[in-house]
Design a protein around this ligand. Structure first.
Ligand code: NAI
Ligand code: CS2
Length: 493
C-alpha cells in the first residue's frame, strides 16, 4: 500500500478532499503536536487560508513535540499530511490537511526548534501541551519554581525542555537580535489561559533577567482563547479503517466530532491568519465563553468520566445513553448555570441540550479513562471554581460534590470490582500513598484527598457544606456503587 505524501495526493479517492494548496512558509510554531491541535487549529487555519484565496501563503505551521518523537516521526514521513475524520451517526467525512508544513521533536532537533522560534517570520507560538504542561500550581495558577520541568530550566536556561522555558528563551533571543516579538496563544483547557501563561512566562523571565521580563511585558501579547472540539485519542482500528477508505497508508489520522468552536481575544502583535473566515469568533473578552465551556462541557465531561468509569462504562457515549446519567448531567449543569455571564446572544439552554447530544455521539469512541486523566489539573477550573461561587452565594453544590467524590473514588486506583485502575496524574504518587494508607475508610480518604492543597487550596477543606457533601457522597459510592448513587442524587431537590 502506498503512503500518504504530497505526490500521493492526486491518488486520493473521490470524496476525500485534498488541501487546496500548501502554505509556502511557516509563521506559526505550535508546541504540543497532539490530536487536538491537528483536529482544530490546523483545520481552522487551512480553511481560513483557502477562503482568503491564499492557500499557499505564509501561515504554515511548524508542529513541535516536546516529549516524544512518535508524532514527528509519523508525520515527517508523509510530508506533514494526515487525514481528519469527522465522525457522527450520519457517517464519516474525511479530508487531508496540509497546513502543517514542518514537524520537529525537541529531543533531537533542538537547534531547528530554536531557529524556528527565534526566526523573524514567526509571528505566533501556540500551545496544546495539556493542563499539566505549564509547571503551575493548579489551585493558584502560580509558577511552581520547584516543578521537575521548571527547576532544571531555571538552572540551565540555555537548554530549556519546558514550554515556558522555550518561550522565554526564544523571546530573549529575539529581543537581543531582531527585536520582533510574537504572540503566545495558549489553546489548552485552562481558565483565562492567555493571562495564566503570561503570568508564568513573566515570573520565569524575572527569575532570569528583569530587563527581559520588562521587554516581554511591553512587547508580547498573550490572548486568551476558548477551544472546543471533542477529539478522542486515535485507535489502531481508526487507522486501519482510514487506510481502507483512502486506499493508502496514513500513519497519523485524527478522529473528531463535526462540531468545532474557537473564540479568541483579538490581540496579535505580529498578525494572524484570517481565522474568522473559517468561523472563529474574534472577541474583546473570551472569559464568558471560556467559563461557560469549562464549567458546562468540561465539568460534565469529568463528572461523567469518573462516575461512568466506576459504573463500568468504557466510552462517554455509553454513559450518555443512560437516562439517569443524563438527568444527573443536566442537574450538574443547572448548578453551574448561575455562575455564568454569557452574552445574551448565547442560547444557554440550547448549548446544554447540544452538549448532551454531542456526548451521546456513538460514532466517537471517547474513553472515560482518557478524560479521567490528570484530574488534579482539571478539577479546579471544571468544578471547584463553580463550587466556590455557589458556596459564596448560598447556592446548591449537591451534584458538584458528587463529581468531586467520584474523582476521589477513581483516584484510589481500585474500581468497584476490586480491579486496579491505571490512574494517570502528576499527583499519582500522592494518590497511591493516600490509598495504601487509608483504603476502606471513606471518611479518612476524603480528608486526605481534600488535604491536597494543589487541588483544593486552603479554603475549600474548611467549608463544611463542601467537605461534608464530598464525604457523604464518597461513603455512598463505596456503599452503593456509582450507578445507584447517581440515582440517589437524582432524587435530591
Ligand atoms: P494528546 O495526548 O494527543 O497530545 C498531548 C500533547 O501534549 C502531546 O504533544 C504531548 O507530548 C504534549 N505534552 C504532554 N505533557 C506535556 C508536558 N508536560 N510538556 C510539554 N508537552 C506535553 O492530547 P490532545 O487531544 O491533543 O489534547 C491536548 C490538550 O488540548 C488537552 O489537554 C486540552 O487542554 C486541549 N483540548 C483537547 C481536546 C480534546 O478533545 N482532545 C478538546 C479541547 C482542548
Ligand atoms: C476532555 C476534553 O479529555 C478531557 O479532559 O474533557 O479534552 C474535551 O474533549 C474538550 O475540552 C472538548 O472541547
Amino acid at each position: 500500500m502506498i503512503r500518504l505524501s504530497d505526490t500521493a495526493l492526486q491518488a486520493l479517492p473521490p470524496g476525500v478532499a485534498a488541501p487546496a494548496g500548501r502554505p509556502s512558509a511557516v509563521s506559526i510554531v505550535h508546541l504540543g503536536l497532539g490530536a487536538f491541535h491537528r483536529a482544530h487549529q490546523v483545520e481552522y487555519t487551512e480553511d481560513a487560508l483557502r477562503l482568503a484565496g491564499t492557500p499557499r501563503g505564509r501561515w504554515g505551521i511548524c508542529g513541535v513535540s516536546l516529549k516524544t518523537p512518535g508524532a514527528r516521526d509519523r508525520l515527517a514521513a508523509q510530508d506533514g499530511l494526515y487525514t481528519l475524520v469527522r465522525k457522527s451517526p450520519r457517517g464519516s467525512e474525511r479530508r487531508v490537511l496540509g497546513a502543517l508544513r514542518e514537524v520537529r521533536f525537541l529531543g533531537d532537533e533542538r537547534h531547528d526548534v530554536h531557529e524556528r522560534l527565534a526566526a523573524p517570520d514567526t509571528a505566533i507560538v501556540s500551545l496544546t501541551i495539556t493542563e499539566k504542561g505549564y509547571g503551575h500550581d493548579p489551585a493558584t495558577g502560580a509558577l511552581d519554581a520547584a516543578h521537575p520541568e521548571i527547576a532544571p530550566d531555571l538552572a540551565d536556561p540555555g537548554h530549556p525542555r519546558s514550554a515556558v522555558g522555550l518561550v522565554v528563551g526564544s523571546l530573549d533571543a529575539r529581543r537581543l537580535s531582531h527585536g520582533r516579538p510574537y504572540t503566545v496563544l495558549c489553546c489548552d483547557n485552562l481558565p483565562h489561559n492567555g493571562a495564566l501563561l503570561r503570568g508564568l512566562v513573566l515570573d520565569f523571565a524575572r527569575r532570569r533577567d528583569a530587563a527581559l521580563a520588562g521587554w516581554i511585558d511591553h512587547n508580547v501579547t498573550f490572548p486568551s482563547t476558548m477551544v472546543d472540539r471533542i477529539v478522542p485519542a486515535t485507535t489502531p482500528a481508526d487507522g486501519e479503517e482510514n487506510d481502507r477508505a483512502l486506499g493508502m497508508h496514513d500513519a497519523a489520522p485524527v478522529v473528531c466530532e463535526p462540531f468545532r468552536q474557537w473564540v479568541i481575544e483579538d490581540a496579535f502583535v505580529a498578525g494572524r491568519p484570517p481565522w474568522e473566515l473559517a468561523g472563529a469568533e474574534l472577541v474583546a473578552d473570551v472569559a464568558p465563553f471560556e467559563t461557560m465551556k469549562l464549567r458546562l462541557l468540561n465539568g460534565s465531561h469529568s463528572a461523567l468520566a469518573y462516575l461512568g468509569f466506576l459504573a463500568g462504562h468504557e466510552f462517554v457515549y455509553q454513559v450518555a445513553a443512560q437516562p439517569a446519567f443524563v438527568a444527573y448531567m443536566r442537574a450538574l449543569m443547572a448548578e453551574a448555570a448561575p455562575t455564568l455571564r454569557v452574552p445574551s446572544s448565547v442560547d444557554l439552554a440550547g448549548y446544554r441540550d447540544a452538549l448532551v447530544e454531542r456526548f451521546a455521539n456513538p460514532a466517537l469512541p471517547h474513553r472515560t479513562w482518557q478524560i479521567a486523566m490528570d484530574g488534579s489539573q482539571k478539577l479546579p477550573q471544571r468544578l471547584l471554581g463553580t463550587v466556590r461561587e455557589n458556596l459564596a452565594a448560598g447556592r446548591p453544590i449537591v451534584r458538584l460534590t458528587l463529581a468531586v467524590a467520584a474523582w476521589m473514588r477513581y483516584a484510589t486506583g481500585v474500581d468497584e470490582r476490586g480491579a486496579a485502575i491505571d490512574v494517570r496524574d502528576p499527583l499519582g504518587e500522592q494518590f497511591r500513598a493516600i490509598a495504601q494508607r487509608l483504603r476502606g475508610d471513606p471518611d479518612a480518604l476524603c480528608d486526605a484527598f481534600l488535604g491536597l492543597r494543589a487541588v483544593f487550596g486552603d479554603d475549600l477543606p474548611a467549608q463544611p457544606r463542601f467537605a461534608g457533601g464530598v464525604r457523604e457522597w464518597l461513603a455512598a459510592l463505596y456503599r452503593e456503587g456509582a450507578a445507584r448513587t447517581v440515582a440517589t442524587c437524582n432524587q435530591r431537590a
